[in-house]
Design a protein around this ligand. Structure first.
Ligand SMILES: Nc1ncnc2c1ncn2[C@@H]1O[C@H](COP(=O)(O)OP(=O)(O)OP(=O)(O)O)[C@@H](O)[C@H]1O
Ligand SMILES: [Mg+2]
Length: 248
């Protein structure tokens, strides 16, 4: 479904991704781990079509179609959704209007149906309806921002959900609702590309279904099954890199 082919990306003239190859099939669950600054968010944002990132070589294909140059909103319509590592505040845009608009534009839902869907689903990620009058992320706590990203994903039901550290800065209870909802989307047929530093969010998943990749200096240097997550947590990246000769 998603094919990232020898992707090289620069940001403000600086080489960040140096030839990333990644294939995500239908109903697959992929995990990307890697040290800070290794290029995980850059990869996520480039797949989602963020204009700040310049593809200088290689490409991104979705269901066989080259999407490397198409704008972010077109990618969303094709079924790619990114939950951000650092969701931004958008002053002046009310959550209800925003969610209704995306459901209308992307899913073709009329506003009344969208309203019903939104009020039904927001409870699943512990929001009360008064949140709908607020501006996007303005004054939200870190955990609320992450739950709001998950709410959007639940409403969009994308074909490919990219999650950039949905578990960072959230408390234990929020983490459990976030991981439950990611698993629910996965079981209903969404392919997942999850960026994380910790295995905890994967606790209810069978490690054998996971495809885990490690990024280092803008490349995927190792791939394996879910066992790799516990190995990373136990031993840290440096030891693993030394042993695989990935440091050279
Ligand atoms: N706008 C930018 N200008 C300059 N450098 C940038 C910019 N955006 C990203 N970079 C650099 O690209 C590299 C990769 O950053 P990226 O955010 O993709 O890392 P990451 O793997 O997601 O790290 P983390 O685990 O800390 O989230 C870093 O060295 C970062 O400083
Ligand atoms: Mg990041």
């Amino acid at each position: 479904m998603l094919k990232v082919d020898n992707l090289k990306v620069t940001v403000e003239g600086k080489d960040i991704l140096r030839g990333v190859n990644l294939n995500v099939g239908e109903k697959e669950f992929h995990v990307i781990m890697g040290p800070n600054g290794s290029g995980k968010s850059t990869l996520a944002l480039t797949i989602a079509g963020h204009p700040r990132y310049t593809v200088v070589d290689g490409g991104i294909f979705f269901n066989g179609e080259d999407i490397t140059e198409i704008p972010a909103n077109e990618r969303v319509k094709k079924g790619i959704f990114l939950a951000f590592q650092h969701p931004e505040e958008v002053e002046g845009v009310k959550i209800m209007e925003f969610l209704q608009t995306i459901l209308n534009k992307v899913k073709g839902m009329d506003l009344a149906d969208a309203y019903d869907r939104i009020t039904e689903r927001l409870k699943e990620v512990w929001f009360r309806e008064d949140i709908l009058k607020r501006f996007i992320n303005v004054g939200f706590s870190g955990g609320e921002r992450k739950r709001f990203e998950i709410l959007q994903a639940l409403l969009m039901e994308p074909k490919l959900l990219i999650l950039d550290e949905p578990d960072s800065g959230v408390d234990i209870d929020s983490l459990s609702v976030i991981s439950m909802k990611i698993e629910e989307l996965y079981r209903r047929g969404t392919s997942i590309l999850l960026i994380t530093h910790y295995g905890r969010i994967l606790q209810h998943l069978d490690p054998s279904i996971l495809k885990v990749h490690i990024m280092k200096d803008g490349e995927i240097v190792m791939s394996g099954s879910g066992e790799l997550v516990s190995e990373i947590e136990r031993r840290g990246f440096q030891k693993i890199f030394e042993e695989c000769g990935c440091d050279e």
